[in-house]
Design a protein around this ligand. Structure first.
Ligand code: DP6
Length: 346
């Protein structure tokens, strides 16, 4: 039996991916840019074993077996990595026909509903790549993308761009690292877990409905995102927190404006989420400049970006504004970006 075990961290989008031009290949309508968290803070851990004695491919997620054959995304990731293994001269250690058993766990509260598919599919594809001796490169990101779009960005640490690409087969829809986390070492992320999370429409169906019904989404994809991506890359390069925070908050707001422009509308943020937005704007106003930025994905939980030197003051203000015994309570998790995917070989 041959095994490999790896961990992959969660990433949080700054410029959001929202909308596909090809559902099956998971090709986006716009570029996106994200920051990857510390692998020890919030990550998926996956072990894959291949054996001559296994009768079929099987997969367990947090201890529960998942239907493998019925999951087209899972199958596509396995086929994709095996195809790359062949292209790299074939699996050296054992035949590709051997079946695999996959076990994956998340080390963060599943109830928080936080980007688990990004870490999960990145980890699955990376672990398969280790098993089949496939190197981490652009081609591997095109396989992770077919598990879950945002997963391709979790293969790299630091600041990462998923380029939409233009080819029909998706070969140029790849993730690239813009800069490692060491480039901006005093950047921190705080995840605000909103307690009363409402049931949401998943990202996949929410963005599909947005592409079909939103009158604003094409303007966003073709006019707004290209400009913002360019500006955000410069802000990251110059470590310009003011520009970084402005673009990040406007991006989050536009994602949720598009969600509301979807018909029927998708409502992801709740009252507590909106209180967090107000809190951040008031906090920055009092500080006299932008000290903190928020972003929200397809759910009510907030993610705050803040520089190291402002973390203690910000945490004190959060505890005052959102005391734990009040209705508007939030819990927080801290994250620091890491330079690369951490790996443990089994
Ligand atoms: C709001 O990557 O979960 O988090 O490709 O359909 O699996 P699928 O969607 P997914 O969508 C993530 C959307 C987002 C924004 C982002 O991460 O860029």
């Amino acid at each position: 039996m041959f095994t490999a075990t790896c961990v992959a961290p969660v990433n949080m989008a700054l410029v959001k991916y929202w909308g596909k031009r090809n559902e099956e290949l998971i090709l986006p309508i716009n570029d996106s840019i994200s920051m990857t968290l510390d692998a020890n803070e919030m990550c998926a851990k996956t072990t894959v074993a291949a054996s001559e004695s296994f009768k079929e491919n099987r997969m367990w997620l947090n201890g529960d077996e998942q239907p493998f054959q019925a999951n087209a995304r899972l199958q596509r990731c396995l086929d994709g990595v095996q195809r790359l293994a062949l292209a790299h001269g074939g699996a050296h250690r054992f035949p590709l026909s051997w079946k695999v058993h996959i076990a994956s766990h998340n080390n963060f509260p599943t109830a928080a509903g936080l980007a688990s598919s990004a870490a999960g599919y990145a980890c699955l594809v990376y672990t398969l790549a280790r098993l089949y001796d496939v190197p981490l490169d652009e081609q591997l990101t095109t396989i992770a993308r077919q598990g879950s779009g945002s997963a391709c960005r979790s293969l790299y640490g630091g600041f990462v761009q998923w380029q939409r690409g233009s080819s029909a087969d998706g070969s140029d829809s790849i993730a690239v690292q813009l800069s490692p986390a060491t480039h901006w070492p005093n950047m921190h992320m705080l995840i605000l877990v909103v307690n009363d999370a409402r049931k949401k429409t998943g990202s996949t169906s929410g963005m599909q409905r947005a592409v079909e019904t939103s009158a604003l989404i094409q303007h966003r994809a073709t006019q707004v995102v290209p400009q913002r991506s360019k500006e955000l890359k410069v802000a990251i390069e110059k470590r310009d927190f003011n520009a970084f925070a402005t673009i990040t908050m406007k991006e989050s707001n536009q994602l949720h404006a598009i969600a509301l422009d979807t018909f029927p509308p998708c409502v992801y943020m709740n009252d507590v989420s909106h209180s967090i937005v107000n809190f951040v704007h008031e906090y920055n106003e009092e500080a006299g400049s932008l000290h903190v930025a928020y972003t929200f994905d397809a759910g009510p939980n907030g993610c705050l970006y803040v520089l190291d030197e402002h973390v203690p003051h910000l945490l004190a203000a959060i505890q005052l504004a959102f005391p734990n015994d009040a209705q508007q309570s939030v819990e927080y998790l801290k994250g620091i970006p890491v330079p690369a995917v951490a790996v443990k070989n089994g």
